[in-house]
Design a protein around this ligand. Structure first.
Ligand code: AMP
Length: 358
């Protein structure tokens, strides 16, 4: 099972969004094929995948047929229903593994895991009831952020507490879901490390990028990030520690807060990550190829950065600027083929590169 997959082997990808699309492109560049499983019609990955299954995650027959048609299964998002994973895992290897998924799906499990490794996170406490929340505020203080434990992304399912008086409204915003109160971290900026681990246990991390969000959605990632040499080393070492502890195979995004006291881990994503899109034009082997290499049991590629890069997400109507961007020098466009530019929808991104001097 641990031999590298041969040419023509099939990578099964759960999720057909832009990440699934770019993973499919990377697979085909390596002479591999991809089979994408996606409930929604006309997903971005459909244009490039070798095969597409359109079926919901509770369709056991479709899941079984999908698994039997592929050599290994990976995914582009972490909220895959457990029953679907149980069925798929009985038929083919899932990489990255279930533990990585389980931990990243649940904020408290994630923070317990990270702090258990000796890494630092924001102070946190589990909250279900108003009494929990009052206790948590007494321990952590305000300002703080209440977040749902599950299914939160891009700043959704979150409520800020400026003072203890905001408690009631914040808890109401969770809609009855289990939540976690996090102390507000006074960070100077946010960075992320895109890290990869191969089936042979080798680890390769990309240079950390600096992220700027707008309206809760990633706006830009800039390389190099503002970090001291010591912080850059810390970032890479802590990412490697996370991957090793999980016996991880594939690419992971590790989001970090930079504070005067050091680096705090915000969250981990067991998949290729939006803040790693810069690698497409800044490295010989980008995060998508690296992930496919890892899950296919190939050696990891060279992720050294050869250019300064600013990645800008094209969200909603930003896509109207494509004709101008297409005329810019040193700007590499990556568009996802989505028909409708709804507000907040990721339509594409542009990597603007400045070659570094040798
Ligand atoms: P998350 O969904 O946890 O990644 O949070 C989305 C964004 O909210 C982060 O990228 C931060 O900008 C901000 N944020 C999240 N948690 C905290 C925190 N504990 N302290 C300060 N800002 C935070």
């Amino acid at each position: 099972m641990n031999d590298p997959l041969p040419q023509g082997a099939v990578i099964g990808i759960l999720g057909g969004g832009q990440l699934g699309r770019m993973l499919s492109v990377a697979a085909s560049r390596l002479g591999l094929r991809s089979h994408v499983y996606e409930p929604a019609a006309h997903p971005p990955a459909a244009h490039v995948a070798d095969r597409l299954t359109t079926a919901p995650y509770d369709d056991a027959d479709a899941l079984r047929a999908f698994a039997e048609s592929v050599d290994v299964i990976t995914y582009e998002f972490e909220n895959i229903p457990t029953a679907a994973l149980d069925l798929l895992e009985s038929l083919r290897p899932i990489r990255p593994n279930r533990r990585a998924l389980a931990i990243s799906q649940e904020r408290i499990a994630e923070k317990d895991f990270l702090t258990g490794l000796g890494l630092t996170t924001a102070p946190y406490a589990a909250v279900t009831t108003m009494a929990d929340l009052h206790q948590a505020i007494a321990r952590i203080g305000t300002p703080a952020i209440l977040k749902t434990c599950r299914l939160g992304y891009d700043g959704k399912g979150q409520a800020r507490l400026r003072s203890p008086e905001d408690a009631e409204a914040a808890l109401a915003a969770m809609g009855g879901a289990d939540a976690v109160l996090e102390g507000f971290v006074n960070f100077s900026h946010e960075v992320s490390v895109i890290a990869a681990r191969g089936l042979d246990g080798s680890v390769s991390c990309y240079d950390p990028g600096e992220n700027v969000h707008r309206d809760g959605i990633l706006h830009t990632t800039t390389l190099p990030a503002r970090l001291t040499n010591a912080q850059r080393t810390d970032a890479v070492l802590l990412a490697a520690r996370i991957l090793n502890a999980l016996d991880y195979v594939g690419v992971m995004g590790v989001e970090l807060f930079v504070t005067p006291q050091g680096l705090l881990v915000n969250e981990i994503a067991p998949r290729v990550h939006n803040s790693g899109h810069w690698t497409q034009n800044g490295c010989a082997v980008d995060q998508f190829e690296q992930h496919i290499r890892a899950v296919a049991g190939w050696p990891l590629g060279d992720g050294a950065r050869f250019a300064d890069v600013v990645m800008e997400n094209l969200i909603g109507d930003d896509v109207l600027r494509v004709p101008e961007i297409a005329r810019e020098r040193n700007a590499a466009l990556h568009l996802y083929g989505k028909a409708e530019a709804r507000p907040g929808r990721k339509m594409g991104h542009v990597n603007r590169i400045v070659p570094t001097k040798a």
